[in-house]
Design a binder for this molecule. Structure first.
Ligand code: ZN
Length: 308
C-alpha cells in the first residue's frame, strides 16, 4: 500500500541525537519507511521560539544535514522539487522528500531568503509554530489572536506564485481563514485532528474543516495522544477522527500527518505501523478506493496542484 505522510520532525530529531536517516531508534527511518510503502514524506525543519534570533542559522544547519542525508541515500531518497520529479520517480522504489519549514522566522523580512531556501529544496511552509512572528499569529496566542500581517500576505502570494505548499497547522484561527482568502491554491493542514472529537486548540473546528473542504484542501491526521483523545488513546481512536472528518467534509479531504519524532506520547510506535492501517480503515467501513485516497491519493492530488 502506498503512503504519503505530511509531517515528521525526524531531521531535527536525528540532528539532536546525532543519528542517521537510514536507520535510527526513532519513529521514522528510511529502511522501515521503504518497507512500509512510503512514497512521499514531508520533513519539517523546526526552530523553537527560544532560538528565533538564530533561526536562519539553525535552519541552514538542518538543511545541510538534510542534503547530506539525500546525498548518502540516493538509492532510497530523492528531493521532490517539481511535478516532473514526481512523474519520473513515482514508480521507482524511492521516497520523495518534501522539505518543510515549520514556523518561518528564518525568512526575516527578506524574500531573497525565501528564494535561496527554495534553491535548497524548500517546498512547503507553515508561517508559524504556536507563537506569533512577523508573518502571523500562532494558535498559542489564544482564540482571539490576530491573523496574517501584510508581510505574511506578501509571502503567501509569493509562495503561491513559486509553487510552494502552504501549511495551515499551528496558525491562529483568524490566520487560518486569512490563508484561505489570500492563497488561491488548496491549503494543507499537515498535522491536526478534529476539535469536535478532541478539544485541543491545535485541532480544527467544524467551521475550519468545512472551509478547508470548500477550498479543496486536506488535513493530515496526527498521532500525538493529546490531539486524539483523553486517557490512553489507540490507533483506532485516531481513525475515528478520519471517520468524523470524512463524514463532515468528504473522504477526499483527509490524509496522514503523523508527526513522527515530534512528540513522545503518541499512538503509533513508528512508521512500520502504517502496514496495519488498510485493514483498520476497512473495518471502520471505508472501501478499498477510499483507503487509497486517505493513505496516498488525496495528498498526491494537492502536491500535483501546488508544485510547478
Ligand atoms: Zn507541529
Amino acid at each position: 500500500m502506498k503512503i504519503i505522510d505530511l509531517h515528521c520532525d525526524t531531521i531535527s530529531a536525528i540532528y539532536a541525537r546525532r543519528q542517521r536517516l537510514l536507520r535510527n531508534t526513532g519513529h521514522f527511518d528510511l529502511e522501515r519507511a521503504v518497507k512500509s510503502g512510503v512514497k512521499i514524506q514531508f520533513f519539517a525543519l523546526f526552530v523553537g521560539p527560544n532560538e528565533s534570533s538564530i533561526a536562519l542559522e539553525k535552519v541552514q544547519r538542518l538543511v545541510e544535514l538534510y542534503q547530506n542525508e539525500i546525498e548518502n541515500n540516493k538509492n532510497l531518497l530523492y528531493a521532490l522539487g517539481s511535478t516532473e520529479d514526481l512523474y519520473s520517480q513515482l514508480e521507482n522504489d524511492t521516497i520523495g522528500s518534501i522539505l518543510h519549514l515549520e514556523g518561518a522566522e528564518a525568512l526575516g523580512k527578506d524574500l531573497d531568503i525565501l528564494y535561496s531556501l527554495y534553491e535548497s529544496g524548500l517546498r512547503s511552509i507553515g508561517l508559524t509554530w504556536n507563537n506569533g512572528n512577523l508573518l502571523a499569529q500562532g494558535i498559542g496566542e489564544g482564540p482571539e489572536a490576530d491573523g496574517l500581517t501584510s508581510w505574511g500576505r506578501e509571502v503567501v502570494r509569493e509562495m503561491e506564485r513559486m509553487g510552494i505548499i502552504l501549511d495551515g497547522a499551528h496558525i491562529s484561527v483568524k490566520g487560518f481563514f486569512d490563508l484561505l482568502e489570500v492563497y488561491d491554491k488548496p491549503l494543507v493542514v499537515t498535522h491536526a485532528n478534529s476539535r469536535a472529537l478532541c478539544p485541543h486548540p491545535r485541532n480544527l473546528t467544524d467551521q475550519q474543516l468545512l472551509a478547508l473542504g470548500d477550498n479543496g484542501g486536506i488535513v493530515g491526521v496526527t498521532q500525538v495522544s493529546d490531539f486524539v483523545k483523553d486517557n490512553k488513546p489507540s490507533i483506532d481512536d485516531l481513525i475515528d477522527h478520519i471517520v468524523y472528518i470524512s463524514d463532515l467534509i468528504g473522504v477526499e479531504h483527509v490524509a496522514l500527518g503523523s508527526d513522527f519524532d515530534g512528540a513522545d506520547d503518541v499512538v503509533m510506535s513508528g512508521i512500520e505501523e502504517y502496514a496495519g492501517w488498510p485493514e483498520l480503515l476497512k473495518r471502520k467501513g471505508f472501501s478499498k478506493a477510499e483507503v487509497k485516497k486517505i493513505l496516498y491519493e488525496n495528498a498526491l492530488r494537492i502536491i500535483e496542484q501546488v508544485l510547478s
